[in-house]
Design a protein around this ligand. Structure first.
Ligand SMILES: N[C@@H](CCC(=O)N[C@@H](CS)C(=O)NCC(=O)O)C(=O)O
Length: 233
């Protein structure tokens, strides 16, 4: 039975850029589960009304009486419980340390990348989402989208420096989760998959160990992420 995944899409149905959805998608690929991805736009709240919250990823598991789960962390926990083959929280990666990584990625990596690519996101949105995105994000930032990215070039070295904890892990292990990929990797990969989908900006230098890890992530699961439309930088 197939799992349905509601996945944020841009102007084209296959332009998928949500870092949280990327976590869920990589987790599903990690488990080799059959998935039907449904493109979803910010303004289609009615489509996921059954969750009583307005965000994706949302999964509906046809193999489990249509059980609906949302929030990428809850989805990973659900998948490990329901499908214990190929665990996402491995003994080596650990749940508590993966949670720490999630908090760090959301507080450091996501905001750092947003300052680089916010206008690129806007420019790749479906027309019907553009007003909603501008209004909601300008409210959060307290400034015009254009002003958020005004210092993108100048702040790039600071962004790259902020990734030092990832370099430390990748200097020791092939993956953020240790010797094998785990949900820790899907969390850290989310923002890079997001940027790749909508921006030509070169976030990482080729000699950066994070660049090599991102390449490994793009190749995982038969090149699942690499086959998704995006820019190679
Ligand atoms: N904590 C949630 C966050 C999900 C989330 O913020 N998703 C964004 C897409 S990247 C969303 O659906 N936003 C809807 C909106 O801004 O209206 C998770 O981990 O899944």
């Amino acid at each position: 039975m197939t799992i349905t995944l509601y996945d944020l899409a841009g102007a084209e149905d296959d332009r998928r850029f949500s870092p949280f959805c990327w976590r869920a998608k990589m987790a599903l690929a990690h488990k080799s589960l059959p998935v039907e991805e449904v493109p979803w736009r910010f303004t289609e709240k009615d489509v996921i009304e059954f969750t009583e919250q307005g965000r994706v990823p949302v999964i509906v598991d046809g193999g489990n009486s249509g059980k609906a789960v949302w929030d990428s962390w809850a989805i990973a926990e659900y998948l490990d419980d329901a499908y214990p083959e190929n665990l996402l929280f491995t003994e080596q990666s650990g749940k508590a340390s993966t949670y720490f990584l999630k908090c760090w990625v959301e507080r450091v990596v996501h905001p750092g990348i947003v300052r680089q690519v916010l206008m690129d996101i806007h420019n790749h949105l479906h027309e019907k989402d553009k007003d909603y995105f501008r209004t909601s994000r300008e409210k959060v930032f307290g400034m015009a989208l254009e002003d958020v990215v005004a210092s993108a070039e100048e702040s790039l070295p600071q962004f790259r420096a902020s990734l030092e904890p990832m370099r430390a892990v990748l200097g020791r292990y092939a993956f953020m989760g240790g010797d094998e990929p785990a949900f820790a990797d899907h969390i850290a990969f989310g923002p890079f998959a997001w940027a790749r989908a909508i921006s030509e900006r070169k976030l990482l230098e080729a000699e950066d160990p994070i660049f090599a890890w991102r390449e490994r992530m793009l190749d995982l699961y038969g090149g699942y992420a690499r086959s998704s439309p995006g820019y190679e930088s």
